[in-house]
Design a protein around this ligand. Structure first.
Ligand code: NA7
Length: 537
């Protein structure tokens, strides 16, 4: 229980910001070890990403059983996934069930945005303030579970405020059902969100205009109902499946092929690509071991996917516009259900910015370099200020009143993605410098939660006041993250891993791309060596 003083001041052992997959898991862990905890969440319910992204077609691109918690065998056995890839409503219900089942609701304040988190050096505690009152919340530990793709990017397009029709952002979708029938709709963006929403909006709208700035690579998801027999098999072997999952570079999907795309003959190459194409979704990236690293190997994958687009889209001019220039994987590839076939519909028009870029919004719609598109609705599927956006919105101050935004002005600096020097007892779940966004996010989150939970337990058991990454260990890690990224093809296009989708954001490769197992080993080694690279006092 917290202490409440008369000065509207509440004291906790730990404060967790955010109640999505990461926040809920962290809360559960901290409650289990007997700490007093408090969580703040902007939404009116739990779910994080899966609370906000309610757009039509929103679905996970990692298989449902893989994208679920492994911390409770009872939870695994009682939850029944209905599809191979769960849709947003099902994942949200799952997280609501988790919050209910593990009694987490009591410690979460909803509808509450954390405005500031300030480290009080003299007391070794964090002081948190929210937008709800002047009340101060203090805690020894402050844990940011604010999500990597939670800060919606609404582009600054000229004339934005002139537009008078309805508009939506995929990452901030209303709770009520939106009906696009009899409407002229424009969707801006062709990343994962748009690729999922486009076929569904097209099936409802009178006319859909897809405003594409950069085409993306996409592989059919091959979603299907989960057969009862398959679910039974999964339930019977969850533990071993999860052990195997953690050995894979992405901590999910089918095991990658160990062969090089360049060492096999054309027929064998085609066969491998067809096999992975049939499996569907992001597993396709594992068709050969060198797709992510060797330009020539990558070209063979691009050629295969190009042929699939050519086979699907009837208008040959349109095909050319839908084929990306960038390497497969450089922008996170998408997993779709009928995306390319949607362009065969009479009510769908691709507006390619290479021919006619968006110039401004008008009162009635979108004005391109060629004409005005009069619209009833605009859908912004324009992505997120990834990995750092949600942290930047909070005034976070560490030692010497240094703000996190100042410290990270040239790009985020963390040790293992878990903490940042000068901000003691401050942890980030799935933050920059960790592999989470390049792997199965839920497995990454659980690994972080376990590491942070064990670390806090260690500090408490040993009467330690604080832990803080050493600046030199942090610099080495940042250098390593960059060095590993430079060996891949992922730094050569405008992707959100680099912050390149946000004008003015420093261009630094943020996630760790060395693979989940290597990262886990490094985290374990740090602990085995007595938290080497951290200063503990
Ligand atoms: P993404 O993948 O960042 O896609 C955003 C899309 O919006 C992308 O096609 C952008 O084009 C486009 N965009 C962004 N700003 C503009 C402006 N100003 N004008 C035109 N087009 C623009 O976000 P998603 O929500 O689809 O997916 C995010 C992640 O969620 C995804 O990677 C999965 O991990 C799940 P660009 O490519 O920048 O030229």
């Amino acid at each position: 229980m917290s202490n409440k003083s008369q000065e509207e001041h509440e004291v906790y052992d730990a404060i967790v910001v955010g109640a999505g997959f990461a926040g809920l898991c962290m809360l559960h862990r901290l409650k289990t070890v007997g700490l007093s905890v408090k969580s703040f969440e902007v939404g009116t319910g739990v779910g994080g990403t899966w609370y906000w992204n309610r757009y039509p077609g929103a679905r996970c691109d990692v298989e449902s059983w893989e994208y679920s918690y492994g911390f409770s065998e009872e939870l695994e056995q009682e939850w029944n996934w209905s599809e191979r890839y769960a849709a947003q409503p099902e994942i949200l219900s799952y997280l609501e069930h988790v919050a209910e089942r593990f009694d987490l609701y009591d410690c979460i304040d909803f509808n509450t945005r954390v405005k500031s988190a300030t480290f009080d050096e003299s007391e070794t505690k964090w002081v948190i303030q929210t937008d709800q009152s002047e009340k101060r919340f203090t805690s020894k530990y402050c844990i940011m579970a604010t999500g990597c793709l939670s800060s919606a990017n609404i582009p600054k397009i000229e004339g934005f405020s002139d537009y008078q029709g309805e508009s939506f952002h995929t990452g901030n979708w209303p709770k009520e059902k939106i009906d696009f029938s009899k409407k002229k709709v424009g969707i801006i963006g062709t990343g994962s969100s748009s690729i999922q929403a486009t076929p569904i909006v097209a099936s409802q709208a009178e006319q859909l205009f897809v405003f594409q700035r950069t085409p993306n690579w996409s592989v059919p998801a091959r979603n299907a109902p989960m057969p009862a027999s398959e679910l039974d098999k999964i339930k019977a072997s969850y533990q071993s499946l999860r052990r195997e999952q953690r050995k894979l570079p992405l901590a999910a999907q089918r095991p990658p092929n160990r062969a090089s795309a360049l060492e096999v003959n054309a027929e064998q190459r085609k066969e491998a690509y067809e096999n992975y194409w049939e499996i569907g979704g992001l597993s396709f990236l594992g068709a050969f071991k060198d797709i992510a690293t060797n330009p020539e190997a990558n070209e063979t994958a691009k050629k295969f996917l190009t042929r699939k687009i050519e086979e699907t889209v009837l208008d040959k001019d349109l095909v050319k516009k839908l084929i990306p220039d960038h390497y497969l994987g450089c922008k996170r590839p998408c997993s779709d259900t009928g995306y390319y076939a949607t362009f065969n519909r009479k009510n769908v028009t691709l507006v390619d910015s290479r021919d006619e870029p968006i110039v401004r919004l008008s009162k009635d719609g979108i004005v391109s370099a060629k004409k005005e598109y009069r619209l009833d609705s605009i859908i912004f599927a324009t992505g997120f200020d990834a990995m750092t956006g949600s942290l930047d919105k909070i005034d976070i101050r560490g030692r010497n009143n240094l703000t996190l935004t100042k410290k990270w002005e040239a790009g985020p600096k963390t040790y293992l993605g878990l903490g940042t020097a000068g901000f003691p007892n401050f942890f980030v779940i799935a933050g920059p410098g960790s592999p989470s966004v390049l792997a199965n996010m839920v497995v990454g989150i659980e690994q972080h939660v376990d590491w942070i939970g064990d670390c806090i337990q260690y500090l408490e058991d040993n009467d330690k006041k604080q832990i803080d990454p050493d600046p030199s260990a942090e610099s080495e890690w940042v250098e390593h993250v960059n060095e590993v990224a430079s060996r891949t093809l992922y730094t050569g296009c405008n992707n959100w891993y680099l912050g390149a989708n946000i004008p003015g954001k420093p261009r630094v490769f943020m996630p760790y791309i060395g693979g989940f197992p290597k990262y886990v080993r490094k985290c374990e080694q740090v602990v085995e060596d007595g938290y080497v690279g951290f200063n503990i006092s």
